[in-house]
Design a protein around this ligand. Structure first.
Ligand SMILES: *Cc1c(COP(=O)(O)O)cnc(C)c1O
Length: 380
């Protein structure tokens, strides 16, 4: 009864801090999660059903848009929304040079071409000042990514998009609940894709994604594409595919959603604590643009001694990672396009210096202080 959970990562006198600890989070809401799983099985709501619909409605309300369509994962969400927005094979879509590959991959998957744009080095998001130079007569869309949880500069991006009649799809996979001037990300563009991959700020216990928009036609088309071209069973208006949010994941997400704001606030507080403890460390710390709500999916520091720092943290039992080590345009996958480092100086420099340190709502004061103490030691 009430046996205290001791993280397997936390050993007295031999501190270990994981990069994330999803089991610690599970234990805080175990009753609700177990009940949600049991109910799903009891009612055999494995695909679709009232809980999936309830989650779609609740998440749309959370973000502040009219429609949410659940789908299989965040990559499918980008791909299907691009199609629903009318992006055609051969079209060009502007994407940041720094992101998880999904952002570019989904563009290629529909036969369009991702055109890489360098980042603003302060916020690691697409640099609006560079959009003009990337524009051609084939450009039809932009996918800003709210990387690490910091919003991309949506007012500037939307102004550019309106001037050039471009569709804007926000990749919100890392930024559930982020805001600019009190307005949630996901409400700025023509549509927004979310990932509920387990490690994301709102994570399922498997793959899951969401497609959000205020446009009823875009929502309707996205819903059809994700379910074999049908809205009603056996009425196939088009050829689609299978990318559904399953019943178990929907039930788990529904159980977790009421906690998202508290978890986000905990991330923001941990970030403020890191900021304070690392102020004199000489490390580059995350910047928050005035008016932005950064939701700290990742807390990313910068150092010219990054690799040495990373080794030292790992030796001290601290989980850390690089998001991401290679600019997308310089990956082997895009080698044929012949990009060079000189094309993306801000992204190249970031990829050499960035390090993501432990950040999750359940991080304890002891863990956080230990990480900061280790970071304050001079790099070897
Ligand atoms: C996680 C992620 C995705 C893809 O989400 P999946 O659910 O893993 O397919 C897309 N874009 C970004 C920026 C991500 O971080």
């Amino acid at each position: 009864m009430g046996k205290k959970y001791i993280s397997p990562f936390l050993k007295i006198n031999n501190m270990q801090v994981p990069f994330v600890d999803l089991y610690a989070q599970y234990l805080t809401i175990k009753g609700d999660i177990d009940q949600a799983i049991e109910d799903t099985i009891k009612h055999t709501r494995f695909i679709g059903g009232p809980v999936k619909t309830a989650f779609e409605e609740a998440f749309a309300a959370y973000v502040g848009v009219a429609h949410c369509v659940g789908c299989g994962n965040g990559t499918d969400a980008i791909e299907i929304l691009l199609q629903a927005l009318g992006i055609q094979p051969g079209d060009e879509v502007l994407v940041p040079a720094l992101s998880w590959i999904s952002t570019a991959e989904a563009v290629s998957a529909i036969g369009a071409r991702p055109v890489f744009v360098d980042i603003d080095p302060d916020t690691y998001t697409i640099d609006p000042a560079l959009l003009q130079a990337a524009l051609t007569d084939k450009t039809r869309g932009i996918i800003p990514v709210h990387l690490y949880g910091h919003p991309a500069d949506m007012p500037a991006i939307m102004a550019f998009a309106e001037a050039h009649h471009l569709k804007v799809l926000e990749d919100c996979a890392q930024a559930h609940g982020a805001e600019i001037g009190g307005k949630r990300i996901g409400t700025w563009g023509h549509a927004a894709s979310f990932s509920f991959y387990p490690g994301k700020n709102l994570g399922a216990y498997g793959d899951a994604g969401g497609m959000l928009t205020d446009d009823p036609e875009v929502a309707r088309t996205a819903r059809m594409i994700a379910n074999h071209g049908q809205l009603v069973k056996h009425q196939h208006h088009m050829e689609g595919r299978n990318s559904r949010l399953d019943g178990l994941q929907a039930a788990i997400l529904m159980a977790k959603l009421p906690h998202l704001e508290a978890w986000t606030e905990a991330r923001i507080q941990h970030a403020a604590a890191y900021d304070q403890l690392l102020a004199e460390s000489g490390l580059g710390l995350p910047l928050i643009r005035p008016g932005a709500r950064h939701v700290f999916h990742l807390y990313v520091v910068r150092s010219q001694e990054r690799d040495a720092l990373r080794k030292r943290l790992q030796a001290a039992g601290i989980g850390c990672s690089v998001h991401y080590p290679t600019p997308m345009p310089l990956m082997d996958a895009y080698a044929a396009w012949g990009h060079t480092e000189a094309d993306f100086p801000a992204t190249v420099k970031a990829c050499q210096e960035i390090l993501s340190i432990p950040m999750f709502p359940e991080l304890t004061v002891e863990q956080l202080t230990y990480v900061a103490d280790q970071l304050r030691l001079q790099p070897v």
